[in-house]
Design a protein around this ligand. Structure first.
Ligand SMILES: [Zn+2]
Ligand SMILES: [Zn+2]
Length: 259
């Protein structure tokens, strides 16, 4: 059995990640977030060696535009079930998913092919944001982007993950010095906004005793962060060489990573 994932794009320009579980001949694909235009999504799936009809389910973490993108159009065209929280569905304005909507919530596990998915709530300024862990019974992957701070609940949900796709949104000094208006700086840096590199590093460090061995940096701000800063923070937390830390970028995401 192999569990692996690939970011198709990460950051405020659009988020989408494919998680793949392979169990013998059975291959399952979960698309986490769909924050791209439909042509771009097809292009990036193609770059990952995939066709749209190989996506078995979509999971939407929250209703911010960089996460929903073309989800309705894509799901209806390919007839793919879409999981999201009730709050996210309300936040999207209750679009008609023609029977494909599946309401998810904190603590409710569900199975898609060879994959078990466990969503959990995070502190972020959306209606009912969920992040998730995913396992094929062997590897265990955590996805954690878009949160202002790690709650005890978040840390307990991620305990036991070997691999984590982790938000490294900003460097606090770059954010402070940026041309962003004061209210936006407060929002991003606050407890319901986005994770700074150091906060992400602290999460990685806290999860190491429970088996975390690999972290991929995600959702970097193009204005308020640099890949080398995110890499350095995570490398220190994981006691690795910075060059061993993968960073998912806005235009290309990253290559396949075995979880
Ligand atoms: Zn986002
Ligand atoms: Zn968000």
């Amino acid at each position: 059995m192999t569990l692996r994932f690939r970011s198709l794009g990460s950051g405020s320009s659009g988020n989408a990640t494919v998680i793949q579980a392979r169990d013998g001949a059975q291959v399952t694909h979960l698309l986490v977030d769909c924050g791209l235009g439909i042509r771009e999504l097809h292009k990036r799936l193609g770059r990952a060696g995939m066709l749209a009809d190989q996506v078995d389910a979509i999971f939407i973490t929250h209703e911010h535009a960089d996460h929903i993108g073309c989800v309705r159009q894509f799901a209806l065209r390919e007839r793919i079930p879409v999981y999201m929280s009730h709050g996210t569905y309300m936040g999207m304005g209750q679009p008609d998913f023609e029977g494909l909507l599946r309401i998810a919530c904190d603590g409710m596990q569900f199975t898609i092919g060879a994959m078990q998915v466990s969503p959990f709530t995070v502190p972020h300024d959306a209606r009912e944001p969920l992040q998730l862990t995913c396992t094929d019974g062997d590897g265990r992957l955590g996805v954690l982007t878009d949160l202002g701070r790690p709650s005890d609940h978040v840390l307990s949900q991620l305990a036991g993950c070997a691999t984590l796709l982790l938000e490294c949104n900003h460097d606090p000094r770059m954010l402070e010095a940026s041309t962003y208006p004061a209210f936006l700086k407060r929002r991003i840096g606050g407890g319901w906004g986005h994770l700074a590199n150091e906060a992400a590093a602290a999460i990685a460090q806290a999860l190491r005793p429970s088996g975390l061995r690999q972290v991929v940096a995600a959702h970097l701000s193009e204005q308020n962060n640099r890949p080398d800063l995110a890499r350095a923070a995570l490398a220190q937390a994981m006691e690795r060489d910075p060059l061993e830390i993968t960073v998912a970028d806005g235009a290309n995401g990253c290559e396949w990573v075995v979880a």
